[in-house]
Design a protein around this ligand. Structure first.
Ligand SMILES: CC(C)(COP(=O)(O)OP(=O)(O)OC[C@H]1O[C@@H](n2cnc3c(N)ncnc32)[C@H](O)[C@@H]1OP(=O)(O)O)[C@@H](O)C(=O)NCCC(=O)NCCS
Length: 162
């Protein structure tokens, strides 16, 4: 496995746009095309990348960084989508590892990572729990909010409210 992030350009737009969730997973995450449009049209600053294994696009993620004083200060994972043909092979976990490494080497603070997800039985709660996300008890737009307690190397994430 050679998982890495790649910028989305005209050269790979169609291949990345066509990444999609599987039957029954509608509503868990917005389609890639919608997320890219949102990132460009929103007043907020979003960052997005394609997730590749070698030369194969397998997924998409999008995040933002909120300053201290915000309700959820720090890095917020807004979208994570592994194409249904590539799920359950470790790509989701590998993408989180890459994002964590990017955060840990960044000067953007606080260095902590939030996410939120649909509290559905067939949703990604268990995926995030296994990775180390802990529900905060907050609910935003009907989604459970969770925050990563420690980085994959075991070091603690910043206290976002310190
Ligand atoms: C959720 C998602 C990102 C996970 O990516 P993935 O590549 O399929 O997951 P991985 O193979 O990296 O799984 C990592 C671990 O989580 C577990 N896991 C993954 N999805 C799970 C699920 N839906 N329920 C329970 N466990 C799950 C795996 O069994 C694995 O466990 P391990 O600790 O034994 O290794 C992907 O399945 C997906 O895009 N789903 C549809 C959209 C979605 O829900 N996105 C999240 C929006 S917030």
């Amino acid at each position: 496995m050679s998982v890495h992030f790649r910028d989305i350009t005209m050269a790979n737009l169609r291949a990345v746009y066509e990444l999609e969730v599987g039957p029954g997973q509608d509503g868990l995450v917005a389609p890639v095309g919608y997320s890219i449009a949102e990132a460009h049209l929103s007043d907020e600053v979003f960052h997005y990348r394609a997730i590749y294994d070698g030369e194969t696009p397998v997924g998409f993620l999008m995040w933002d960084v909120q300053p201290p004083g915000n309700q959820f200060p720090g890095w917020g994972l807004c979208r994570l989508l592994i194409d249904h043909r590539h799920q359950a092979r470790g790509y989701g976990r590998a993408a989180l590892d890459l994002l964590c490494a990017e955060i840990q080497s960044s000067t953007d603070r606080p260095r902590c990572l939030w996410t939120s997800y649909e509290p559905r039985e067939d949703g990604p709660r268990e995926f995030y729990r296994r990775y180390g996300f802990v529900p905060t008890g907050d609910v935003i737009d009907g989604e459970e909010v969770a925050r990563l307690a420690q980085w994959p190397d075991g070091s603690p994430t910043d206290d976002p409210f310190a």
